[in-house]
Design a binder for this molecule. Sequence first.
Ligand code: ATR
Length: 264
Amino acid sequence: MKKYLVIGNPITHSLSPELHNYWIKENGIKGIYNKEKLNEKDLKELFLKIKNKEINGANITVPFKKDVIYYLDQLSLEAEKTQSVNTVNLKKDKIIGHNTDIDGFELAIKDANYDVEGKKVLILGAGGVVPSVIFALYKMRPLSVTISNRTKAKAESLKNLFNDLKIVDWGEASNFDMIINATSIGLKKGDNLNLDFSKFQDSEFFYDIIYNPKETNFLKDGKNLGKKTENGKKMFIYQAAKAFKIWHGIDPKIDEQVMGLLDK
Ligand code: ATR
């Protein structure tokens, strides 16, 4: 029986086990996928277990996507460029870190039929997933990518990874084609970004990384302006599918039933 898991802190909210266990069963794989809340001091032991093949693969979520790099033998190009790892496997006795959030975001935007080329994109927030979103956006050749974060220093530090990034003060952003909520505001019902949405009158597309709840106030405000909106559900499913491919060599099926697994 092969063992997989997602680690993070907090972790109760994670729906990765629902997805992976569904695909494991569907593909007749002898395995199980669990979730585990860890502290930073537990990371060393986790990677020992991966090296010993007691654990066959792991997904990494907030707040450990950068911290785990210390324990890895090798990084994929994407993980290296973003300094962010969400999927780990063992290959020829080496622990390798991958970043499937990038593909997850890119595929989700393509599914939404939005063409980023030549567009001005604003990202709200500068947390763990943002380097992956930026990397994916640059692949799609936008005119510019701008970050606005409550703590400006955190946005500024992303310039170490991405030279061309623009930074604006929190609440000062206006005139963008696409606006991405990558903050944690919206996870709780009633959460509000408290931004002046009249500044986004000319925007076309409002995208939220959050998928639970399905429609954050950010997306509701976008909809009220009559704009195209999309939540982070497909991104989540695609990042999981890419991790599944890394571990099992199979592209899992993504259909209505799979989409329904996340409607909790
Ligand atoms: P982490 O920052 O640990 O990676 P995250 O959940 O990935 O965690 O990111 C949380 C994001 O939501 C951050 O950009 C955070 O802004 P700060 O860097 O200023 O903390 C943002 N955020 C959380 N609560 C917020 C609030 N009340 N107003 C504005 N931004 C908020």
